[in-house]
Design a protein around this ligand. Structure first.
Ligand SMILES: [Zn+2]
Length: 75
């Protein structure tokens, strides 16, 4: 992530992997949250929609799940 944004992360910032695959560090798959609270809200929004998180990559591919980069939540 640091190579994407061109600076070191702050202590509060959290990097989120949109498809939940930690090894997928494609910039398109990364989202930077300003702090742990925002990151938690993002995961809460996902948990409200998807029970089996292993299916997240597939659901995103199929367009059945959408990550809103403006709000930092899943829809
Ligand atoms: Zn996350």
């Amino acid at each position: 992530m640091e190579s994407v944004i061109g600076r070191r992360l702050t202590d509060r910032e959290r990097v989120h992997h949109i498809d939940l695959v930690k090894g997928n560090n494609d910039p398109e798959n990364l989202f930077l949250f300003p702090g742990p609270r925002e990151h938690r809200l993002c995961h809460n929004s996902l948990n409200a929609i998807v029970r089996d998180t292993e299916k997240v990559p597939e659901l995103l591919r199929m367009g059945k799940l959408h990550f809103d980069r403006t709000e930092g939540v899943y829809k």
